[in-house]
Design a protein. Structure first.
Lengths: 116, 112
């Protein structure tokens, strides 16, 4: 069981470029969550997706950020026209159901985005 | 505003010492509190607590919840250098089955 796989582990983008972060959930998990972690801050919820559906995107910035979880392939978090303030660690987690606070998520190793 | 506060923010001890990490919360309709360990990679699940006064234990780690005083502690006895990590505490967001409200973490450094 490979666990939650995120890639790339590190991503450097210049201001104005696009960043694409990928997440493959654990085998058997169909629920994916994206979190952002700024230095010395807690994880902040961004979006919750099931296959082909966005369930809750209340934590996503209104502009430049989007997420998808297609029928085939990994979940993608896309950040367009990146700015320095987007520099952070982005974590993906998965669970077998949407009732995940009752038993905890399984996290990926994260993608550390640096905008220069 | 719902929030989770961890203390101390950082802690340096020597191998063999015992440490206590604190997590206090202000959340309506509390359901569960979770502890995670984060090294230089994925946060890994340690404990989930839902009931007051019942200690959860795993090896040298243990945790307990006080729902009256709204806090939890994580104890690590006979610390080892491999315990060095950031310890994260999170509480279920009211009205959600999946969103967690996270504390900023306690950075624990164990010196040999």
């Amino acid at each position: 069981n490979a666990g939650v796989m995120q890639n790339p582990r590190h991503l450097v983008r210049r201001r104005g470029q696009e960043a694409r972060l990928r997440c493959s959930p654990m085998k058997g998990h169909s629920h994916v969550y994206w979190y952002r972690q700024l230095p010395e801050e807690g994880l902040k919820f961004m979006v919750y997706l099931q296959k082909e559906n966005i369930i809750d995107e209340s934590g996503m910035p209104k502009e430049r950020f989007s997420a998808e979880f297609p029928k085939e392939g990994p979940s993608i978090l896309r950040i367009q026209q990146v700015v320095r303030g987007d520099s952070a660690a982005y974590f993906c987690a998965s669970s077998p159901s949407g009732d995940s606070i009752n038993y905890g998520y399984t996290f990926g190793s994260g993608t550390r985005l640096t905008v220069v | 505003e719902d929030k989770v506060v961890q203390s101390p923010l950082s802690l340096v001890v020597h191998e063999g010492d015992t440490v206590t990490l604190n997590c206090s919360y202000e959340v309506t309709n509390f359901r569960s509190l979770l502890w995670y360990k984060q090294e230089k990679k994925a946060p890994t699940f340690l404990f989930m607590l839902t009931s007051s006064g019942i200690e959860k234990k795993s090896g040298r780690l243990s945790s307990i919840l006080d729902k009256k005083e709204l806090f939890s502690i994580l104890n690590i006895t006979a610390t080892q250098t491999g315990d060095s990590a950031i310890y994260l505490c999170a509480v279920g967001r009211p009205g959600s089955n999946y969103q967690l409200i996270w504390g900023a973490g306690t950075k624990l450094i164990i010196k040999p």
